[in-house]
Design a binder for this molecule. Structure first.
Ligand SMILES: Cc1cc2nc3c(=O)[nH]c(=O)nc-3n(C[C@H](O)[C@H](O)[C@H](O)COP(=O)(O)O)c2cc1C
Length: 286
């Protein structure tokens, strides 16, 4: 199954909370998921000034690890309407991966968090897309796949660009159940697209293997089937030529000779067949 890396930056854990539900959605479709955070760039002093809690207990990713994943889900809290410098700093180190085309053809999605409803949910996702374009990564938006995106009865983060939450300026609002439902939907849909793509790739690879095997070892073909001997048919019996019957010889009128009689000639007895000889004869016509 494909592997998805969820890569986040989360100062007050709102993005981290949404990430856990995106992960649930992905895992529901059988993909392998690993959750990472990008390295912090702010000093401890600044973090203290910002009242930042301890970081989520997940590994910090290195740029080379990106090559191990089939896809990425980026979790990004907005900073002045764009994605945070921590992620930019991380991705700006991906030049070698870009030069080798290592990330080309992989997939990515985005989810986000803002302090207010109109603080930049869509622009935050939008500004990250230039990285996907330059690396040749396929961006997969959420669309309006979850009906909660049509619900205007309460504040609900998220958009066609992905799941989202609204944290309030002081961070007091936590992701709502509807926002987390959208997050799971996004995870599931993303995984379905990824699975479909990978099954197609596997199919093509297995077909290529079969072709390569066939090319290496020519398949023994059966002896060509000889055309069946045509059944001998007896020559049609030629209708017998009707026997030529001789024209009856016209009997010549004996020349009448006056006054001349001649005794009929007697066949000599010796030339007549003997009776005994006739008996032994196999001729039944006698
Ligand atoms: C320097 C800075 C700039 C911010 N810019 C915006 C902003 O433009 N719009 C907004 O709605 N929230 C803004 N916020 C609030 C964060 O987006 C909010 O704290 C974050 O989404 C909470 O997510 P987290 O708990 O995962 O860090 C800003 C916060 C900081 C620290």
């Amino acid at each position: 199954m494909p592997t998805v890396y969820i890569i986040i930056y989360s100062l007050y854990h709102h993005i981290y909370t949404v990430a856990l539900d995106v992960k649930k959605g992905l895992e529901a479709q059988g993909v392998t998921v690993k959750l990472f955070q990008v390295p912090e760039t702010l000093s401890d002093n600044i973090l203290e000034v910002l009242h930042a809690p301890p970081k989520p207990d997940i590994p910090v990713i290195t740029i080379d690890e990106l090559s191990n994943a089939d896809a990425f889900m980026f979790g990004i809290p907005t900073r002045f309407g764009t994605f945070p410098a921590q992620l930019k700093s991380f991705l700006d180190a991906s030049g070698a991966l870009w030069a080798t085309g290592t990330l080309a053809g992989k997939f990515a999605g985005t989810f986000f968090s803002t302090a207010s409803q109109h603080g930049g949910q869509e622009t935050t996702a939008y500004t990250l897309i230039t990285y996907f374009a330059h690396h040749g990564i396929n961006y997969v938006p959420l669309g309006f796949a979850d009906s909660n995106l049509f619900d205007n009865s309460e504040v609900i983060g998220g958009s066609a660009w992905g799941a989202g939450t609204v944290a309030n300026g002081d961070g007091s609002r936590q992701p709502s159940e509807k926002e987390l439902t959208i997050a799971r939907t996004q995870g599931e849909n993303f995984a379905k697209i990824l699975n479909t793509f990978h099954q197609g790739v596997k199919l093509i690879e297995s077909e290529k293997e079969v072709e390569a095997t066939n090319a290496a070892e020519p398949v023994k073909t059966a002896e060509p089937v000889k055309a069946a001997e045509p059944i001998k048919v007896a020559e049609p019996v030629k209708a017998a030529e009707p026997a030529k019957v001789a024209e009856p010889t016209k009997t010549v009128e004996p020349v009448k000779e006056a006054n001349h009689t001649e005794e009929p000639k007697q066949t000599p007895r010796s030339s007549q067949p003997k009776l005994e000889e006739k008996k032994d004869s196999k001729c039944f016509c006698m």
